[in-house]
Design a protein around this ligand. Structure first.
Ligand code: PLP
Ligand code: TYF
Length: 394
C-alpha cells in the first residue's frame, strides 16, 4: 500500500519557515508565516490567556468528553463576539473546530454534502489552504478577480464582473477582514454591493474570518461579516482564534451556519455535529475554554481587548513607518498602499526573482508571491527592509 503514495506539494509558507530556521545569518528577517511577533521577535502568550489558563487549571474538575460541537458556552461567546446583535442566536448553528482551518474544512464538506454541484468562487489570490482543501475534496473552484496589481488595492469592478458569472447555489468565499495574502480589503459600501449581488443571484456566502481585531478594530473588522449574516438567506462563517487570542497551537476555531429561517437551525447544528464526528469526534477544548473564560469575565475581556489593541496599533505603526521610509528612499508614493492595507499582511507586488533576491542577498524572508508579514518587523528592521526593497530594484 505505502508504495502507492505520491509526494504531495509542500505548503510553501511552512517550507519557508523551515528555510528561515536553517539560515545561519544572524541579521536575517522573517516576514513569512502569519504569526504575530512583538518588537523582540517573540510571539507572546497574551496576558488574559495566561490568567484564564490559571483559572481553568484551578477550577477544571474533569477532562471527560465535552460534546460533538464542543462546549455550547464557547459557541455562545464567539457568536456574540463575531456577530454582535446582527442576528438572533436562534438563527445560528455552530460547532467548535480545530482552528479556522478546521472550520473551513468542515464548511467545504457541508457544501459538498448539501450541494455537490456548487462551485466555490475564491478571490484571486486567496489563502493557499482554501485552494488545497477544495482540490483535495474534489470541489470545483472558480477564481474571481480581487487584487489590482497596479494600485495594490481591490479590483472591485473586476470582482463584481466575475461574481456575476456565478449561478444560483454557487458559493462565494470572502475574507471577513485583513485579506490574506494581499492586505487589501472591501469597504462597507463594497460589502453592501456584494450582498446585493449575492441576493440578486441566489448565491451562498461563506466568510473566513481569521484576524478580527487586527485591522481597524474588533467591531470594525466584523462589520462586513455582520452585514452579510444579517442580509442574506444563509451563510457559513469560519472563524479562528489563533491570531486574535494568540492560541495558534491550541487549535481553536468555530464554524457557524446562519439561516434567516430559525426552523433550519436544529438541522444545521446537527449536521455540524455529524461532520465533527466523521472527522475527529470531539473538537479540541483547551483553547476554546480559555477563550470562553476570557470573553465571559469583564476584567479578563477588557485586558484581552487592551492587549489586542496594542498589537493592532503596533502593526499600524510599522506600516506607516515603512511607507514613510520607502517614500523617502524612492522619492515617490508608489509604496503608500502599505499604510492603507490592513492586518498582518501586505502583498508588495514584486516579481518572484526579486523576492528570491531579498532572501538570498539580504536575508529577508517573504512568501514567494511577495506577501510580507508586517509583524515580523520592528522599528530597527523597517529601514533595513526599505533599503533592501529599493536596492533590490523593487
Ligand atoms: N483563514 C485564513 C485566511 C488564515 O490566514 C488562517 C491562518 O491563520 C486561517 C484561516 C486559520 O488558521 P488556524 O487554522 O491556525 O486557526
Ligand atoms: O497564511 C499564514 O501564514 C497563516 C498561517 O498551512 C498558516 O495563515 C500558514 C500555513 C498553513 C496554516 C496556517
Amino acid at each position: 500500500m505505502f508504495e502507492n503514495l505520491k509526494a504531495q506539494p509542500a505548503d510553501k509558507i511552512l517550507a519557508l519557515m523551515q528555510m528561515y530556521k536553517d539560515d545561519p545569518r544572524s541579521d536575517k528577517i522573517d516576514l513569512g508565516v502569519g504569526v504575530y511577533k512583538n518588537a523582540e521577535g517573540v510571539t507572546p502568550v497574551m496576558r488574559a490567556v495566561k490568567a484564564a489558563e490559571k483559572i481553568v487549571w484551578e477550577q477544571q474538575e474533569s477532562k471527560s468528553y465535552t460534546g460533538l460541537i464542543g462546549d455550547p458556552a464557547y459557541s455562545d461567546a464567539m457568536i456574540k463576539l463575531i456577530l454582535g446583535d446582527a442576528v438572533q442566536r436562534a438563527n445560528v448553528g455552530a460547532a467548535a473546530t480545530p482552528g479556522g482551518t478546521g472550520a473551513c474544512r468542515q464548511a467545504f464538506e457541508l457544501i459538498k454534502m448539501a450541494s455537490p454541484e456548487a462551485r466555490v468562487f475564491v478571490s484571486d489570490p486567496t489563502w493557499p489552504n482554501h485552494i488545497s482543501i477544495l482540490n483535495y475534496l474534489g470541489m470545483t473552484m472558480v477564481p474571481y478577480r480581487y487584487f489590482d496589481a497596479d494600485s495594490r488595492g481591490v479590483d472591485f469592478e473586476g470582482m463584481l464582473v466575475d461574481l456575476g458569472q456565478a449561478r444560483a447555489g454557487d458559493v462565494v468565499l470572502l475574507h471577513g477582514c485583513c485579506h490574506n495574502p494581499t492586505g487589501a480589503n472591501l469597504n462597507l459600501s463594497q460589502w453592501r454591493e456584494v450582498v446585493k449581488l449575492i441576493n440578486a443571484k441566489g448565491l451562498v456566502a461563506m466568510i473566513d474570518i481569521a484576524y478580527q481585531g487586527f485591522g481597524d478594530g474588533l467591531e470594525e473588522d466584523a462589520q462586513g461579516t455582520r452585514l452579510v449574516a444579517s442580509s442574506v438567506k444563509e451563510c457559513l462563517i469560519a472563524a479562528s482564534c489563533s491570531k486574535n487570542f494568540g492560541v495558534y497551537r491550541e487549535r481553536t476555531g468555530l464554524l457557524m451556519a446562519v439561516s434567516q429561517d430559525s426552523g433550519q437551525t436544529a438541522l444545521n447544528q446537527a449536521t455540524l455535529a455529524f461532520l465533527n464526528r466523521q472527522n475527529y469526534s470531539f473538537p479540541p477544548d483547551h483553547g476554546a475554554r480559555v477563550v470562553t473564560t476570557i470573553l465571559n469575565d469583564d476584567a479578563l475581556r477588557a485586558d484581552w481587548m487592551a492587549e489586542l489593541e496594542e498589537i493592532r496599533l503596533s502593526m499600524l505603526g510599522l506600516r506607516q513607518q515603512l511607507a514613510d521610509e520607502l517614500q523617502r528612499l524612492s522619492g515617490s508614493d508608489r509604496f503608500s498602499f502599505i499604510a492603507q492595507h490592513r492586518g498582518m499582511f501586505s502583498r508588495i507586488g514584486a516579481a518572484p526573482e526579486l523576492v528570491e533576491k531579498l532572501r538570498t542577498e539580504f536575508g529577508i524572508y517573504m512568501v514567494g508571491d511577495s506577501r510580507m508579514n508586517i509583524a515580523g518587523l520592528n522599528a530597527q528592521t523597517v529601514p533595513i527592509l526599505a533599503k533592501a526593497i529599493i536596492d533590490a530594484g523593487i
